[in-house]
Write a protein that binds this ligand. Sequence first.
Ligand code: BGC
Ligand code: NOJ
Length: 811
Amino acid sequence: MKYGYFDDNALEYVITTPKTPLPWINYLGNREFFSLISNTCGGYTFYKDAKLLRLTRYRYNNVPYDNNGKYFYIKDGETVWNPGWQPVKTALDSYECRHGLGYSTFTSSKNDVEAKVLTFVPMADNCEVSKVTLTNKKSSDASLTLFSYVEWCLWNADDDMKNFQRNLSTGEVEVTDGGSVIYHKTEYRERRNHYAIYGVNTAVDGFDTSRDAFLGAYNGPDSPDAVADGKCTGSVASGWSPIAAHQINVTLKPGESRTFIFTLGYIENPEDDKWESYGVVNKKPAVAMLDKFKTEEAVDASLEELKNYWKELLSIYHVSSSNEKVDRMVNIWNQYQCMVTFNMSRSASYYESGIGRGMGFRDSCQDLLGFVHLIPDRARQRIIDIASTQFQDGSAYHQYQPLTKKGNSDIGSGFNDDPLWLIAGTSAYIRETGDLSILKEMVPFDNDMSVAKTLMDHLKCSFNFTATHKGPHGLPLIGRADWNDCLNLNCFSEHPGESFQTFGPSEGPVAESVFIAGMFVKYGEEYAQLAELLGDDAEAARAREEVKKVYDATTTAGWDGDWFVRAYDANSNKVGSKECEEGQIFIEPQGFCVLAGIGVEEGLAEKALKSVEEKLDTKYGVMILQPAYTKYHLELGEVSSYPPGYKENGGIFCHNNPWVSIAETVLGHGNRAFEIYKKTCPAYIEEISDVHCTEPYVYSQMVAGRDAKFFGQGKNSWLTGTAAWTFVNISQYILGVYPTHKGLSINPCVPEDFGDFSITRKYRGATYNISVKQNAQKGVSKLIVNGKEVEGNVIPYEEGVKEYTVEAVIG
Ligand code: BGC
Ligand code: NOJ
């Protein structure tokens, strides 16, 4: 069952009922100011950091679901309704929500009044603009009252929901322009130099800034007293819960429309220019912001700018195939999701509260693989930011806070896959841009510039960390966990409340990871290539020797007969082996070792992928392990804590499905690679939205596995490495346009019946128009570049050539 449809021309997903199985959300914002917005107008807003600078309050775990939001109420006689249906939930006569790239629109009607709400964050301003248009479709005059409502968060979202004894006394506001502009200035009097505003471009008939006054102390946003009464109370909050609400009385003649523009903004003042007069905030920048968006023309032009920005971005990689769903995901939604993961990492979604994880080291490095072609300059800065949190021994803070860019010491370091992801991200950046200068940048360790070294030295530390942290089988030590956060082989946690990941010594000398071995082989080689590019052949040779050792350990101690072992635990027992009672086979080493090229010549790769197909495949994707753990294994940790079929215990963890798909392309299996691609691909499972539940335009982190009660149900949509890895898979391996240091390589691996296709790719200042004639699954037999046949797969880069016409024949 579907709850909407794709409108590819408009680059939008159209939701036709507010009653989706779960809130289906969108992200607004491109740089520093962000909002999450659901199809019922739920969501919240923050500046830079969802934990430290949150503008509006949201209640996770709330009942009813997806409440709070930025709400508009329309009172038409005795009827009160909202364009997004929530929070009043009056049945609407019509409803449509369109989620576009960085904006959302709602068009609804009730009793012959139509409301249109367009909401977006402009490209260069720290605000969310909402354009609200009311149209009277009755044959008589309509006397309406429009109310707006946002509830302020007291900035630090973590503190906001805990420290009530303080918070209920700190709230402060100012009101100007007869109530049109409301200033939220809590804590501005002391250590903050920022405040928030909510203004409307018209005179108002009333306002409120105290939640109790507007809602009534025992009401929720579903039944505000002020709305029932038809008028605000003019409250000026002092302590308790400050809000911003406007009241506008509108009379519309038949056929008449009126538009109002609401601006929710974040303002920062210079420390020495905070005040206009004693206790009165400096409003100049706020007034300028409101001024900028006070006309419809200005708002429309700003939306146009946003749309053009996206059009331009999406022209960097564009495919035309006979396959509408592939085109839609590649050209629109998959790249869009990659940008959202760039902005958010794993911090703020409907499943990540924004106060927990900040930016993940490994997460952000992997996300980069999916957006580096879109915004290479920002990717460059991201790499430097991430590397700046590394320690001198090569290990790294597992997370850092986006506002301070400092490592998060609550969780610390010790996730032994982290260092290698830095090589992955840097290598991808350089293959995309050819910018070797990044390797010479001086980058601090643990944010301390006095011990800075070049980025290349950081990569060397990463490489050496793994090379020098090996266990009894010559395989890399796992530390607290590797990519699989729940494989806690050194923790032995027995009591609830202890963190699975950071409990205990966490850094045992024995537990080893075959997955990190796969990574070391892949990214060790990429490190060696970077050393070569810098002219350091000796370092490249040393790196390859180290890689060889780990390769050999992987094909011996890391091999179980029919697949790769997952790990050795702290007692040197195998994890992910036939010998195990449960958890006999894990997906990660099969996918990653094969995509790294391990065991391809020896025939192990072929066997490993066969085993994946036999043991882990389902109709909804490839499960992370089997058989799922049915009891808690002290020696394994969190992985065995989840009920079978969920999350890391046998869920379909979408992130590593593309690894297996890429691995299949390495072996030339186009049919199978594409089959795996399709199973988790949102556009392909749109039809089962009632089973899948999460948004049909983006990937979810996890789909419940075969052992779960709700097999096929998605969870944790949006913020997942699945976005980046799937884009890498489809764009670079299946469609086969892969950036190498020497130029673009063309080597697709597609299913037999895929058909011919063409790709436009902008790369290092030139445009490549590539057309592919398909006669087989893999193997380019002919490559013609600007009329000349070339040897091999790589399009030779020629200085000064801006257009390349490329014809490739597979088979
Ligand atoms: C989850 C993982 C997550 C980790 C860190 C675990 O409970 O299952 O997916 O990466 O917590 O937050
Ligand atoms: C989600 C985390 O963000 C990611 O870092 C981790 O690799 C996966 N869970 C698997 O545990």
